[in-house]
Ligand binder design. Structure first.
Ligand code: ATP
Ligand code: MG
Length: 457
């Protein structure tokens, strides 16, 4: 893959901090993700700097600025410029990693290159300042080749910190890169170290991985690694479903569906988990055709357990559980049914459900039942738009006619009025009456006339 690389263009506050450091006789470099993203022509979401200044010296350089000292033990100061935080860190190397996650301590060093050598991947181990790029490990070349490669001996780097295994997968997915061979082999060898990573970190990395444009190919390349943190995918791998509309095993189908989806977090999680329960629900009929009755329900239960285990936020967990539960259910195809689902799930989740279904169906052989299900999705979407184009109708208060207006038409307050309002509400919900004052008044007047004159046509 040929990627056109750009020059790094530094925001003014970054130049300002570099000038402050220079005024104190020190070097300052932009480093890591911001350099990588700039060279890719992306806008970095934050800028980190590194410097030979020791923490006390940094404090002197930044006198008069707003400084937060949260990471001082590791040599990091956060400086606020125009209320935006910039992390500035003294060149350092990491001590021993006895827990395969965090260094026992750090040691400050005098040379930039030593600091770059402790970083995980070559594409993250570049530093820049105006007119200069420091790239001792070939990061620029790896960026151009679309390659994630460890700095130094890959196996040692993963043994130091198992999180890097997930970071490698995450960068490959989010940048749509390949993982270089020796790095990939070392990831497989050190996979058991994934046990040392906290569930919160696993979840955070998986979220970034899943929403990347290269999520499906990365998961296809490293299913064993995913299985360390998500053992539930194990039974799906290689599981044949003996169904004419299925082209591949459950795991292959999962990846195909995922690969077709928009990069929405809940949609991607749902597609990853949607068929997990298939192996557990599998039965074959007299003709030998496979079915998985109830896999949506059971899968929803499993998805909830997995996301709770990974400490996912409750809102996301609930969204994913909803999507997995109904991914295989038939959609309501009446305005009334759609309103009921809208009340239950909300517009965003219904749109997500459509996306999950669209991708799930697109990963099937397009035989008749699949074609019909696709048509139903189209009809559901059209009806949904129709319902949403009308003023919302959540409860009686939203009805475009009130009790007082009925009184103006000559009706007395009481149970009859309640019944008439309910009747009108039901008709609007069913789509046989528009939720418009004039139409409702006319319908109410007709109803009242009929009551007075039961024989009238
Ligand atoms: P992003 O912010 O988009 O996730 P980033 O590259 O800035 O990407 P950070 O986690 O913010 O990633 O880390 C900043 C830099 O610190 C990285 O670019 C890398 O050089 C280094 N780094 C971060 N985590 C590790 C790690 N676990 N092992 C080695 N180096 C790391
Ligand atoms: Mg960063």
């Amino acid at each position: 893959m040929e990627i056109r690389q750009r020059e790094v263009s530094f925001p003014r506050p970054v130049l300002f901090l570099m000038e402050r450091l220079a005024a104190g006789g020190h070097e300052g470099w932009a480093v890591g993700g911001c350099v990588r993203d700039s060279l890719l022509g992306r806008v970095p979401h934050d800028w980190d700097l590194c410097t030979d200044a020791l923490p006390d010296q940094m404090r002197e350089c930044f006198a008069g600025l707003s400084v937060i000292e949260t990471g001082l033990a590791h040599g990091t100061l956060t400086v606020l410029v125009d209320r935006v935080p910039y992390e500035v860190t003294t060149y350092r190397v990491d001590g021993a990693y006895t827990d395969h996650r965090r260094p026992d301590g750090v040691r400050f060093v005098g040379r930039l290159e030593e600091d770059l050598a402790r970083r995980d991947f070559t594409i993250n181990a570049m530093a820049a300042r105006p007119g200069r790029l420091e790239d001792p490990f070939g990061g620029r070349q790896d960026l151009a080749a679309g390659r994630v490669r460890c700095v130094g001996e890959a196996k040692l780097r993963f043994e130091e910190d198992g999180l890097r295994i997930l970071r490698a997968m995450r960068f490959a997915a989010s940048l749509n890169f390949e993982v270089e061979e020796a790095t990939a082999a070392a990831m497989e060898q050190t996979a058991p170290l994934l046990e040392y990573i906290s569930r919160e970190r696993v979840f955070a990395e998986l979220c970034r991985l899943l929403t990347g444009p290269g999520a499906a190919p990365v998961l296809e390349r490293f299913p064993d690694l995913l299985q360390w943190v998500l053992p539930e995918i194990g039974p799906c791998r290689g599981f044949a479903t003996f169904h004419p509309t299925h082209c591949r095993d459950v795991w292959g189908h999962t990846l195909e569906a995922l690969g077709k989806s928009e990069p929405d977090l809940a949609v991607r999680w749902a597609l990853l988990l949607h068929d997990l329960a298939k192996p557990g629900c599998f039965v074959r009929d007299e003709e030998g055709v496979g079915h998985c009755p109830g896999h949506g329900e059971l899968g929803a239960l499993q998805a909830g357990q997995i996301l709770d285990r990974l400490r996912a936020p409750h809102k996301l967990r609930d969204q994913v559980v909803f999507l997995v539960r109904y991914h295989d259910a038939s959609l309501p195809l009446t305005e009334k049914g759609i309103r009921a689902w809208l009340r239950k799930a909300g517009e965003e989740n219904l749109r997500r459900l459509l996306e999950v279904k669209r991708c799930d169906l697109a990963a099937h052989r397009p035989l008749e039942p699949i074609r019909r299900a696709r048509e139903d999705c189209g009809r559901f979407e059209a009806l949904l738009e129709q319902v949403l184009a009308q003023p919302p109708l959540w409860n009686m208060k939203d009805l475009a006619i009130s009790g007082r207006e009925l009184m103006e038409l000559g009706m007395k307050p009481g149970p009859d009025m309640g019944r008439l309002l309910q009747e009108l509400f039901d008709q609007v919900e069913e789509g046989t009456l528009p939720n418009e004052g004039q139409a409702l008044r006319r319908a109410a007047a007709d109803r009242l006339n009929k009551k007075k004159n039961p024989d009238a046509p």
